[in-house]
Every structure is written in structure tokens, then in C-alpha cells.
Design a protein around this ligand. Structure first.
Ligand SMILES: C[S@@+](CC[C@H](N)C(=O)[O-])C[C@H]1O[C@@H](n2cnc3c(N)ncnc32)[C@H](O)[C@@H]1O
Length: 331
């Protein structure tokens, strides 16, 4: 094929120029010949010595496990285009038709994503008070403990024993940006501490509660890992703690049941303080039901609420979204 031949010392400048002109042929290895370098090109280029040469094809690295996985053609359209990565563990949601090919799918993920060491399929929906899900091992190490990095913090956790979603990283950063130095924060459903530890970098103190002993165990480990000294971890039911703290900001990250804890949140926030409420809502009317519950809880306590903002956080199920509502409580 056609090639541009230049002395070695001009190689880098030439490479950049050929890319800029859009004539460098892709997928071939550049060739060295004595003191010269040969670049494959897709057409004639003025101002350079042109020669004919043969080039070795570069092997293109697959971008997706779907390019290398060995499953029958008929089920290929069902292969998910994405999966969650928590630390070095991948968690994929497979339709029932693909479960019998789980090992091949897991193996393909390990092959393409070298930093992933274990692959699991979601075995059940997130359920129960602890909000954990069943997992089915597909490939790699039979290990569910990992170290996840997010928003500049490190989180040790066991994906089989605690709730954790990497998809909330942006939402947590949004709350971090709203928080103010000097604030007291009440993280009512803290898990392993992704909100608490991030916010602790900015605010005065965080009270972090969780019912799941494993979550609090990892939360304590994560406080050490991140050298966080201003988070108070509390193991237990948040109902027992509510009303004993007076927070400037309350985080209610329990979308499935947050509405049941509105009274506790409102009793724990100071006059004029802010609550970040999470829920699930149908696409056609995301917020109304939650707004009504928030207003009712305030009315029962003789408080008022001022809605500050509402958002979709992420898709949750078909036509269902995880939503967030920020409101101020006026006492
Ligand atoms: C959806 S997870 C959120 C965890 C964490 N905020 C995060 O972003 O990863 C909800 C957490 O609330 C905890 N939880 C559920 N009911 C609770 C209660 N009554 N009191 C305290 N924690 C509770 C669960 O154990 C779980 O860890």
C-alpha cells in the first residue's frame, strides 16, 4: 500500500500532520526501515516522499464483551449493552434466556475488561430492610468483597451483604455541592457511607445511621480508610435516633420506603433545614404522590414545607424512575 517515508527524527511531527490531514491509514503498524519510518496512507500526500510498502495489520482490541462472547446467534440481541462495575466486580442483569450462557458471558467480560476479577449476575431484585440482592456467580474469583473508588473516596464493601449502587455517584456529588461548611448532616440510611464520607469533607459533622450490621461494619472501615473523623456511625433503626439530632440537612436515601420515615426526617431537621428525599415514581407522574405525602407529614406536625427542586435520578424499572425531591421544613 501507499506509504509516506520520512527520516526517524521527523516521525512524530509527520504522524501528527498525517492525522491532521486525515490521510493516515488506520489499523496498521508503522514500519521502521533503518533510519527511516514509513506511515501507511490512504491516498497521495503532497510534500512527502511516497513509496509502496506492505504493513502488518494491528489487532483491534474489542471494546465490548459482546464482540467476543460465544453464545448462539439467536440470543445475541438479548445481551445487555452495559453492566455495573463495583470496584473490581462486575454485576450484570441477564434475561432468563441468557442465564444458561452465564459462564461464557462472565468469561467474555473478564477477557475484555482486564481490571475486573469477578462477574456476577443479579439473582433477585433488591429486597428486604437491608436492600440487598441475590447474586449468581458467573466467572472469575468467587469473592464479593471489593474496594470501590468514587468522588475521590474509597469504599470497602461486600456486594452480597450491603446495598451499594455506583449509579448514584453523580447524585451524591450534587448533594455535596449543595452542602455548606459548618452544617450538621443526618444520613438516615447511610449504608457503607458514600454520602456521609463525601459530605464529611465539607460539613462539620455527619450522623450516619444504618440497620444492617454489615453496612455499619464497612462504614467504620471506610471512615478509617478515608481518615474521616467527623462522622458518627450508628447501628440501629433510624426511628430510635430521629428527633435526637437537630440537622441542617437530612438525607433519606431509601427510595422504596422513605415515605414511611418523613415524620422522623422532619423531627430531625432544624427550622429552615433541608431534606433530600428519594422515591420511585411512574414516568407519567413522577412526583405528585410523593409531594402529597410530604405535605401530609408536615401538616400532621404543624410544619410547612417549601419545595426546592425535583429530579429524575436514574431509570429504575420499565417506565419507573428513581426520583429526588429537595424540600425545606419551616417549623
Ligand atoms: C438504598 S440503601 C442506601 C445506602 C446508602 N445511602 C448508599 O447510597 O449506598 C438503604 C439503606 O437503609 C438501611 N435501612 C433500611 N431501613 C432502615 C431503618 N429503619 N433504619 C436505619 N437504616 C435502615 C438499609 O440497611 C440500607 O443500607
Amino acid at each position: 500500500m501507499l506509504a509516506v517515508k520520512v527520516p526517524k527524527r521527523e516521525a512524530e511531527r509527520t504522524r501528527r500532520k498525517l492525522i491532521e490531514l486525515g490521510v493516515l491509514a488506520k489499523g496498521y503498524a508503522v514500519k521502521r526501515e533503518g533510519d527511516f519510518v514509513l506511515f501507511p496512507v490512504i491516498g497521495e500526500v503532497e510534500g512527502f516522499e511516497l513509496v509502496e510498502a506492505e504493513f502488518e495489520r494491528l489487532e483491534r482490541k474489542p471494546h465490548s464483551y459482546r464482540e467476543v462472547v460465544e453464545v448462539p446467534e439467536g440470543v445475541k440481541p438479548l445481551l445487555p449493552s452495559s453492566f455495573d462495575i463495583i470496584g473490581d466486580i462486575a454485576i450484570i442483569e441477564l434475561p432468563a434466556e441468557l442465564m444458561e450462557y452465564g459462564e461464557a458471558i462472565g468469561g467474555a467480560i473478564l477477557k475484555v475488561h482486564r481490571h475486573i476479577k469477578a462477574v456476577f449476575a443479579k439473582g433477585s431484585r433488591v429486597s428486604g430492610e437491608y436492600r440487598v440482592r441475590g447474586l449468581v456467580h458467573l466467572a472469575g474469583e468467587r469473592r464479593t468483597e471489593t474496594l470501590h473508588r468514587e468522588n475521590g473516596i474509597r469504599l470497602a464493601l461486600d456486594v452480597a451483604r450491603v446495598y451499594f449502587s455506583p449509579r448514584l455517584a453523580t447524585e451524591r456529588m450534587r448533594i455535596f455541592k449543595k452542602a455548606q461548611p459548618g452544617e450538621i448532616v443526618f444520613d438516615m440510611f447511610a449504608g457503607v457511607g458514600p454520602y456521609s464520607i463525601l459530605l464529611a469533607k465539607k460539613v462539620r459533622r455527619v450522623f450516619a445511621v444504618d440497620l444492617n450490621p454489615w453496612a455499619v461494619r464497612y462504614l467504620e472501615e471506610n471512615l478509617r480508610l478515608n481518615k474521616t473523623g467527623n462522622v458518627v456511625p450508628i447501628l440501629g433503626d433510624v426511628r430510635k435516633v430521629a428527633g435526637k439530632v437537630e440537622a441542617d440537612r437530612v438525607i433519606m436515601n431509601l427510595p422504596k420506603f422513605a415515605d414511611r420515615f418523613l415524620r422522623e426526617a422532619m423531627l430531625s431537621v432544624r427550622d429552615g433545614g433541608v431534606v433530600h428525599y428519594y422515591g420511585f415514581g411512574p414516568e407519567e407522574d413522577l412526583f405528585s404522590e410523593h409531594e402529597a405525602k410530604i405535605k401530609a407529614a408536615a401538616r400532621e406536625l404543624g410544619f410547612k414545607v417549601e419545595f426546592l427542586g425535583e429530579r429524575k435520578v436514574r431509570p429504575y424499572a420499565p417506565r419507573q424512575f428513581n426520583i429526588a425531591i429537595d424540600f425545606r421544613v419551616l417549623k
